[in-house]
Write a protein that binds this ligand. Structure first.
Ligand SMILES: Cc1cc2nc3c(=O)[nH]c(=O)nc-3n(C[C@H](O)[C@H](O)[C@H](O)COP(=O)(O)OP(=O)(O)OC[C@H]3O[C@@H](n4cnc5c(N)ncnc54)[C@H](O)[C@@H]3O)c2cc1C
Length: 489
């Protein structure tokens, strides 16, 4: 008697060993299309969570044990692709060699298990969406978490496996939300019993969304076609004419924030407010003096870099050697909807599409401190304060100007009717982000930006606390994505 078994995990392997116990003489051949037989499905989520540390521990039995101890002919990577009942044969494809052959039988046992259900929802085939059924599925999820370091996971379905996955993803350090169509977890339980499960999950910090279906899967930010900059070489601007920067200076910030004028500067000036007018005259006189006596040294350096994202990381590539990663920035992701992260504004590494970001550093120069001190020594206290304030806001204005120039070169130039007020409110395509602000709070990232741009060429350096010296300097990383905007994390 020759018995063939299709499927070599739970049902198949136990049928094979049971059969051997019933008969020592029967010839048993077991086909398994995957690389593993007889593994512990129940352990798969716990391997992902780290409770089970070694892959080996998932495997209950290996082919050689079944062969040597039970005399079972185990053929892994072998898929039964058709059955010929009239002839009592099956056709088998060996996935390792690619060869196909026939095998005869007296009796045939089918134990092919089931496939995970993947409802045909829009976006279900996107990157980062997994089902868990086999050891290979487990290893794929495990590797994804190790490599991409996602911050959060959504488990669709609060059945036994969904809850085990939530528990293990939580153990792995992710923020987990379970989405379940039914009003409770684990449908066979009465609601009173399920409530205990809910409470336990909530205590563990798992977010629960009951009575909620998943209609589709979408990325928070859709990729756009890549904006290719004209070049990826450094652009150095030395001794820029200060008069060109003046229109970009935010007078609300200068007169209001730095010089203490209360109210809306624009409205006060339009209404002829005496104090506002006097202050504005003093500012204008100082601006003229800065230009006439060349009191500020306005320099800038900017460059576009090829880049890609990898989960929450932004990978900056060497423009001359496209595969070489020069720096990796890690950005925080929002913990609540819409779950924004700066890295989302460029194409992912897995897409194979190379994207671009810009970076710049601008400064109004080092000499200003000396000059301001000199003014003070001469008794020109207001002028000293005016000069320092204009140097600070001038650097901001210069950043605005350089950013505009970069947008022009990136072919996302401003609309012809965009006013300076709109510009100062960021109403253009793309956005610039300075380290230390909520979306990129790590000031130490300045080090990376400095390694990339080398702004020492324009006399800007970093203090030990990663602040720029001179103070009248602004640095930023620039994205061209039309949805790029400021957000808090
Ligand atoms: C994550 C997870 C956790 C689980 N936890 C538990 C638990 O704690 N307790 C519990 O009782 N149950 C648990 N289960 C369920 C249990 O694993 C299944 O009920 C059991 O594995 C079913 O056994 P089976 O032999 O029918 O199918 P499977 O174990 O799926 O085996 C079928 C095998 O057949 C192979 N096959 C299919 N078609 C062919 C073909 N044409 N040729 C060759 N080979 C083929 C497949 O590759 C597969 O390996 C869990 C399941 C999962 C996914």
């Amino acid at each position: 008697m020759k018995v063939l078994i299709v499927g070599g995990v739970a049902g198949g392997a136990s049928a094979a060993t049971r059969l051997r116990r019933l008969s020592e003489t029967v010839e048993i051949v077991m086909f398994e299309k995957g690389p593993y037989i007889s593994y512990a499905n129940c352990g798969l989520p716990y391997f992902i969570g780290g409770t089970i540390k070694e892959e080996e521990k998932l495997i209950v039995t290996k082919p050689d044990l079944l062969e040597n101890r039970f005399g079972i002919d185990v053929r892994i990577n072998s898929e039964v692709v058709s059955i010929q009942p009239a002839k009592k044969t099956v056709t088998v494809k060996n996935h390792q060699t690619g060869k196909t052959y026939e095998e005869s039988y007296d009796r045939l046992i089918l134990s092919p298990g089931a496939e995970p259900k993947r409802p045909p929802l829009p976006g279900i085939d996107s990157e980062g969406i997994f089902s868990l059924r086999t050891v290979p599925d487990t290893l794929i999820i495990d590797r994804y978490i190790s490599e991409k370091k996602p911050n959060r996971a959504v488990v669709v379905g609060a059945g036994f496996i969904g809850i085990e996955m939530a528990e293990n993803l939580k153990d792995r350090g992710l923020d987990v939300t379970i989405v379940e169509f039914a009003p409770q977890a684990i449908a066979p339980l009465d609601l009173e019993m399920a409530a205990i499960v809910h409470e336990h999950l909530r205590q563990k910090g798992v977010n629960l969304l009951f009575g909620t279906g998943v209609p589709s899967f979408e990325k928070t930010i859709e990729n756009e076609s890549v904006r290719i900059p004209p070049d990826t070489r450094p652009h150095l601007i030395k001794n820029y004419d200060f008069r060109q920067i003046v229109p970009y200076i935010n007078m609300q910030m200068l007169l209001g924030h730095h010089l203490g004028l209360k109210g809306k500067v624009e409205e006060l000036l339009a209404a002829g407010d005496k104090k506002a007018l006097q202050l504005k005259i003093s500012v204008d006189e100082m601006i003229n003096r800065i230009w006439r006596d060349h009191l500020l040294d306005c320099h800038a350096i900017y460059q576009f870099f090829p880049c890609q994202s990898d989960a929450d990381d932004l990978l900056i590539y060497n423009p001359k050697k496209p595969n070489e990663i020069l720096e990796t920035f890690h950005f925080p992701r929002q913990k609540k909807e819409p779950f924004l992260c700066l890295s989302d504004y460029v194409h992912e590494r897995s897409s194979g599409i190379v994207d671009y970001v810009g970076m710049f550093v601008v400064t109004t120069g080092k000499r200003v401190i000396q000059t301001a001190t000199q003014f003070k020594q001469n008794g020109e206290f207001l002028n000293s304060h005016l000069l320092l304030s204009i140097a600070l806001e001038g650097a901001e204005g210069f950043a605005e100007l350089v950013h505009q120039r970069m947008r022009d070169q990136w072919q996302i130039g401003d609309a012809s009717d965009l006013t300076m007020k709109d510009r100062l409110h960021g109403k253009y395509i793309g956005q610039r982000f300075s380290f230390g602000y909520p979306a990129c709070p790590d000031l130490a990232d300045q080090e990376k930006l400095f390694r990339l741009l080398k702004p020492q060429q324009i006399d800007v350096s970093l203090t030990e606390g990663h602040m720029m010296h001179p103070e009248g300097s602004v640095s930023a990383i620039v994205f061209a994505h039309s949805k790029a905007r400021y957000f808090t994390v």
